[in-house]
Design a protein around this ligand. Sequence first.
Ligand code: DGL
Length: 264
Amino acid sequence: MNRFSSVGVFDSGIGGISVLREIHALLPDESLLYIADSKYAPYGDKGVDFIVQRSMACTEFLVSRGAKAIVMACNTATAAAVTALRACYAIPIIAMEPAVKPAVLASRNGRIGVLATAGTLKSEKFDVLVKQYADQVQVVSQPCPGLVEEIEKGDFESAALNRLLAQYLVPLLAAEVDALILGCTHYPLVRQQIARIIGDNVQIIDSGAAVARRLRQQLDEHHLLSPVNGDASVQWWTSGDVVSAEEIIGRLWANEVKVQLLPV
Ligand code: DGL
């Protein structure tokens, strides 16, 4: 493989795999490098400096392994660290943010809900996003402490996980939102469980597919798209437990995977 021939993707854990799936579906010829920074999950209740430091470490490692572009498959990391990363790296850095604009367009009753981490919801970036696209609608924001930790365990039908989901979705149902933003990349992994609670009348919206399209556009603009090659690969790293990561990621990717310990 040539140097600088892959797309590097990172998240605080397995959540970014919801984005990786969209990237792989849209760009099957791209080789992918994925970091689940699970040892340090959740990012959502950490300070900005810590998240910047982890985002830098992940990016540096991905570049050292040949990343030609970086996808921050994490809303929380984007809110805290995208400015710092872009100041340090000249390669395309594709960022992730809650899909406020699509949700406003999808809503018929002018009430939208946002599930995200506390870090994302209290960030200046989120504030700007809401002011820019949602000043004419009611935005009901719901932080979800503990949810990323439950999803990281990989048992999406556990009673604890489903109890937390119900706890966080009830206020949004009570507020009668008709569009629900999944503002954390872990949450699409439990989309079915969310839909089961929230019912058919609420549209569930995430940013994964939009990020994949943005990546394609950026690679194209920078003449970095891989030619059709048929031998694209995915390499995996975790800062957490390798054995459980191989089991959970293997299930999510519907393929046996080899996960390596992240050395940073
Ligand atoms: N997947 C991350 C996000 O999109 C999870 C954040 C966390 O680790 O708290 O925000």
